[in-house]
Design a protein around this ligand. Structure first.
Ligand code: FES
Length: 145
């Protein structure tokens, strides 16, 4: 049911933890399943994401997608980080079962929330970044549950 990569990132999640005084931090949840994901970014003066940590209180797919999402955004600029969509994360994991697609939306939205926080703190605009939602249940309603 799950790819080897999903199982690997679930069993050995990368970048778990917190960053003290992060450049940006974002928390999103899904009221339908009760899962919560928090993402911390350390961003340098050039706008490059130097370090990423996450904490996920959620299902295995949410843990695996947040782990992979941190790997994908690390080293990217804040602008490039927008290319790390839930689809990109799923592709990198060799797919997710249809009922678990919504879990990957948590990862995308947590990235957006952390970037939004960074942009707010620094008074900058990240082109293409929309204000994130606290609860992705609304956004995910078109996805298969
Ligand atoms: Fe809630 Fe996976 S079931 S994020």
């Amino acid at each position: 049911m799950y790819s080897e990569k999903v199982m690997d990132h679930f069993n050995n999640p990368r970048n778990v933890g917190e960053i003290e005084n992060p450049s940006g931090v974002g928390t999103v949840g899904n009221v339908k399943c009760g899962d919560i994901m928090r993402m911390y970014f350390d961003i340098d003066k050039q706008g490059v994401i130097r370090d990423v940590k996450f904490k996920t209180f959620g299902c295995g797919a949410a843990v695996a997608t947040s782990s992979m999402a941190t790997e994908l955004v690390k080293g990217k600029t804040v602008q490039e980080a927008l290319t790390v969509t839930n689809k990109a994360v799923m592709e990198a994991l060799d797919g997710l079962p249809p009922v678990k697609v919504h879990c990957s939306l948590l990862a995308e939205e947590a990235i957006h929330a952390a970037l939004w926080d960074y942009a707010q703190k620094n008074g900058i605009v990240i082109q293409g970044l929309e204000e994130p939602v606290d609860d992705i249940a609304e956004k995910a309603k078109d996805e298969e549950y």
